[in-house]
Design a protein around this ligand. Structure first.
Ligand code: ATR
Length: 277
């Protein structure tokens, strides 16, 4: 007789207490009445390899990985998706029955789904995007936008060398724009994205002159604490469509949950409330 084990999954980070993923997956497991567990795991960097190899034997079907393990998890995986390779980091792992580790990155997907949900009239072919920031989050946004077919991305970062590096990796549709001059290209944009940590609680604001923005342009911020950043408030006052960053966190979790627990979950207002609560 085949023994069906209750599927286990979780999130691996260091530290891990701040992670919203257990609330998120826990909400869906309960909502859909599924047998399964999702647990937070605090794993020190030196232990990651051993832990990843032992999880499939312990009944885990996969895991999310967060700071500081996203790049190492990619290196340790047996198979890597195209988008995870391009982003250079993994956020979602699937374990085969043979114990093999498959690494994916759903952050760019989560970004795009959130954008499509919050700005249904926006289309990738509308025109150029301006992206602020060239860190890990920016890499996921670039992957999502380029895969969706955005024709041109003007990328700007305080440390320009990091933006130049991303142009090398992501190709000719990226144009690097000087950080101080970035306000000048805003009027060309159909989409403005903040991927920096500016605007987060306790951080300075990202100050961008938005008066030149096209009517109908969309402004989105990856920051979700606070939900309405100064950037989004300014954009709203200027008549733009705005999209906050919480949905990206929620949507990036969908592919993992579906694969591990067998049900495609929905991103709804009650989920947003549960994660914020
Ligand atoms: P993440 O993985 O969240 O993207 P990261 O890789 O540390 O984190 O990147 C943080 C981003 O926020 C970078 O674009 C960073 O700019 P630098 O590359 O110049 O450091 C940006 N950032 C953070 N603090 C900033 C500040 N005070 N002014 C301008 N940009 C800032």
């Amino acid at each position: 007789m085949t023994q069906h084990r209750i599927p286990l999954a979780g999130v691996i980070g260091h530290p891990i207490a701040h992670s919203k993923s257990p609330q998120l997956h826990g909400h869906w497991l309960k909502k859909y009445g599924l047998a399964g567990h999702y647990v937070p795991m605090d794993v020190a960097p030196d232990d990651l390899g051993v832990v990843l190899r032992s999880l499939p034997k312990a009944g885990f079907v996969g895991a999310n990985v967060t700071v500081p393990h996203k790049e190492t998890a990619l290196r340790l995986a047996d198979f890597v998706s195209k988008r995870a390779k391009l982003i250079g980091a993994a956020n979602t792992l699937f374990f085969g029955e043979d114990g093999k580790i498959y690494a994916d990155n759903t952050d760019g997907y989560g970004f795009m789904q959130n954008l499509r949900d919050g700005a249904p009239d926006w289309s990738p072919s509308d025109g150029p995007a301006v992206v602020f920031g060239a860190g890990g989050a920016s890499r996921a946004v670039l992957q999502g936008l380029l895969e969706a077919g955005v024709p041109k991305i003007m990328l700007t970062n305080r440390t320009q060398a990091r933006a130049d590096q991303l142009k090398e990796e992501f190709g000719d549709r990226i144009t690097v724009v000087d950080w101080i001059q970035a306000g000048n290209v805003i009027e060309e944009a159909e989409l403005v994205v903040n991927t920096t940590s500016l605007g987060m609680q306790g951080q300075p604001e990202l100050r961008v002159p938005l008066d030149g923005l096209q009517p109908g342009a969309v402004v989105t911020d990856l920051v979700y604490a606070p939900l309405k950043t100064k950037l989004l408030q300014t954009a709203e006052d200027a008549g733009c469509t705005t999209v906050d960053g919480l949905g990206m966190l929620l949507y990036q979790a969908v592919p993992g949950f579906e694969r591990w627990f067998g049900t495609r979950p929905e991103v709804t207002d009650d989920l947003r409330a549960a994660v914020l609560g």
